[in-house]
Design a protein around this ligand. Structure first.
Ligand code: MG
Ligand code: ZN
Length: 160
């Protein structure tokens, strides 16, 4: 089985600026993320991003904008030899369309666990919201709650 570190996107990988991020110009990788993810990859973890993107349901942006940004994020990290195994997003918002995937629900995490044969007991989820931690916990991951936009270097020692 594989082990993985699941990452929320906004506020964990890139700067959470209090509004939807869908433009590359607003996508700024937070301090310490590159260094931290390099260490996590060297420890043998897969990296999987799990993100709520309700701006799609609200028609602030569309699927292609999100997918384009995720291609950009994946390519940017890969330049530093940080491979993302997958990026999962929920496009729904409960005011507009009920769904089973939006965090704090765990379906996105569980899809990744099945697809990549991940051992949840050996895996972690880093998020900046309680709902992230709940989604990971339901799937059996150890949750690490950080403050939005804080450096991931502080949490790297918590990952075995
Ligand atoms: Mg977040
Ligand atoms: Zn959803």
């Amino acid at each position: 089985m594989n082990k993985a570190v699941f990452l929320d996107r906004d506020g964990v990988i890139n700067f959470e600026h209090g509004d939807y991020t869908y433009d590359k110009a607003d996508f700024q990788i937070n301090d310490g993320v590159i260094e931290s993810l390099k260490i996590i990859v060297e420890k043998g973890y897969l990296l999987i991003v799990i993100t709520n993107q309700s701006g799609i349901a609200k028609e602030v942006y569309d699927h292609s904008a999100v997918q384009g940004l995720h291609d950009f994020m994946t390519a940017t990290l890969l330049k530093d030899n940080i491979p993302l195994a997958a990026v999962y997003y929920c496009p729904h918002h409960p005011d507009l369309s009920e769904c089973l995937c939006r965090k704090p629900q765990s379906i996105m995490v569980e899809k990744a666990i099945a697809r990549f044969n991940i051992d949840p007991k050996a895996s972690y989820l880093i998020g900046d919201r309680e709902r992230d931690i709940i989604a990971g916990g339901t799937a059996g991951l150890t949750g690490i709650l950080i403050e939005s936009n804080s450096t991931l270097m502080e949490v790297v020692p918590m990952i075995a």
